[in-house]
Design a protein around this ligand. Structure first.
Ligand SMILES: Cc1ncc(COP(=O)(O)O)c(C=O)c1O
Length: 440
């Protein structure tokens, strides 16, 4: 007979870590599943690209381009190249040189292929860094607040303390970084790294000014702090020239750069990468090479077949993602503008006296709306079930209080018609809430 623990024993033995009761750990699943939970509702919740913006079937052909290239450049037989793609492979990846060229072309980041780890999504890049660099008893992570839940949830799971650094209109409250460093040092712990999304931030949609970029690079250098720069939205600039990444500005080797192909190509690839070109003391290896020990014990290596697909797409586009992204930019720009227009039409003249405010992001997938009441998980359910529109409370991404009145609206995963109806329905919900609060 199979041995089974009763639910009482499971509780008694505390099978799950304490942190499982933390709501932070639910947010990622929630965002992925909310679309399924309210299938008829219009969803402004997920930061997904719309399926019509990528063509998986057509992209599969790029594997052939990669194979042809390998045959030609490495003088291998077709069978050998395909055999390699079906085999376990190099831990840190097989398209590192392709990524190096793309970063040089698109971001003016100059690095060697051995500084790159190709990961199973950017999520694995974060996991590799937290597992490889942090001793939870000693090391503390600073993170912009609100921030991407992928890193804060993971830190919680690994028992790593996170200190919130507030995000301002300029991108980050620089003085809070110095304050946090001093506070952590005073407790005898080490501030190890600062996690930021400088360009078209998730969840706020804001970007760092050049001044803030330069200042935090200096602070990091002076205090021996690493910066984890996460940049999945940087290429999606709608109004202005793209700003240089922290990595491109980094003169002292403080930045570890992370990116994802989920937005530029498609999320089903589960492909991302990190760049860690720091020389490790007492080692002849770069940090990325040392970190391969972590990767070898988590995912062993990232699917070579999927790397071949991305490698092939990069080959076909001359080692640049710009032509691929260019085709999507006008869709996202139009969606953003349309959402802004509809917000102005619905909330600009409804007698709310400017009580509903929203931001105008210069790029990325998200904008922030501030409401005259708190929008929590219960509001989300009522708004989805009764008004047919799903919006994400900003508090889901927050480490500290202060943004309970805000929601994140994503304009990446909706058509114009859906934006039109969705904003109208959101207005109905807002009016109903205000009326109800007045009566209460
Ligand atoms: C800031 C940020 N980093 C990383 C990711 C996840 O990347 P991946 O799908 O490659 O794991 C996302 C996805 O939404 C994101 O917004």
């Amino acid at each position: 007979m199979a041995f089974r623990l009763t639910s009482e024993q499971i509780q008694m033995q505390r099978i799950l870590k304490n942190c499982f009761s933390d709501p932070l750990l639910n947010v990622m699943n929630f965002l992925n599943e909310v679309v399924l939970e309210f299938p008829k509702a219009i969803s402004f919740a997920p930061g997904r690209p719309l399926e019509s913006l990528f063509n998986v079937e057509e992209s599969l052909g790029a594997i052939q381009s990669f194979v042809d290239y390998q045959i030609k450049v490495n003088n291998l037989s077709r069978a050998m190249v395909f055999g390699d793609l079906g085999q376990y492979n190099r831990t840190n990846g097989i398209i590192n040189e392709f990524i190096t060229r793309q970063l040089a072309n698109d971001e003016n980041i100059q690095i060697q292929p051995k500084a790159v780890i190709i990961t199973s999504g950017c999520q694995e890049a974060m996991a590799t860094l937290l597992m490889g660099l942090f001793d939870p008893a000693k090391d503390v992570l600073l993170a912009s607040d609100p921030t991407y839940i992928g890193i804060t949830g993971l830190a919680k799971l690994l028992g790593i303390s996170v200190i919130p650094i507030s995000v301002t209109e300029e991108g980050l409250e620089v003085r809070a970084v110095t304050r946090a460093i001093n506070e952590v040092l005073a407790t005898g712990k080490r501030p190890k790294a600062l996690y930021v999304i400088p360009d078209f931030n998730n969840p706020l949609g804001t970007s760092m000014t050049m001044e803030v970029r330069n200042e935090i690079l200096q602070i990091a250098y002076k205090n021996g702090l690493l910066i984890f720069e996460d940049n999945p939205y940087g290429m999606f600039a709608y109004d202005e020239k793209r700003k240089p990444t922290l990595k491109a500005l980094d003169e002292h080797g403080v930045v570890i750069y992370l990116n994802s192909f989920s937005k530029t190509l498609f999320p089903g690839l589960r492909l991302g990468f990190l760049v860690a070109d720091q020389q490790v003391d007492n080692s002849k290896y770069l940090l990325a090479e040392e970190l391969s020990k972590v990767k070898s014990l988590t995912t062993i290596n990232t699917s070579p077949l999927l790397q071949a697909l991305v490698g092939g797409l990069l080959l076909e586009s001359n080692y640049s993602l710009l032509p691929i992204v260019e085709a999507k930019l006008s869709f996202y720009r139009t969606n953003r503008d349309f959402m802004l227009n509809r917000l102005a039409e619905e909330f600009g003249s409804n007698g709310l006296d400017g009580a509903v405010k929203w931001t105008c992001p210069a790029g990325g997938f998200f904008l922030t709306v501030t409401l005259p009441f708190e929008f929590d998980a219960e509001c989300l359910r009522v708004c989805a079930a009764d008004y047919g529109v799903v919006c994400c409370p900003m508090s889901f991404f927050c480490l500290s209080r202060g943004r309970e009145h805000q929601i994140r609206l994503s304009f990446s995963y909706v058509t114009k018609e859906e934006i039109d109806r969705g904003i109208r329905q959101l207005n109905r919900f807002v009016q109903a809430q205000i009326a109800q609060n007045r009566l209460a």
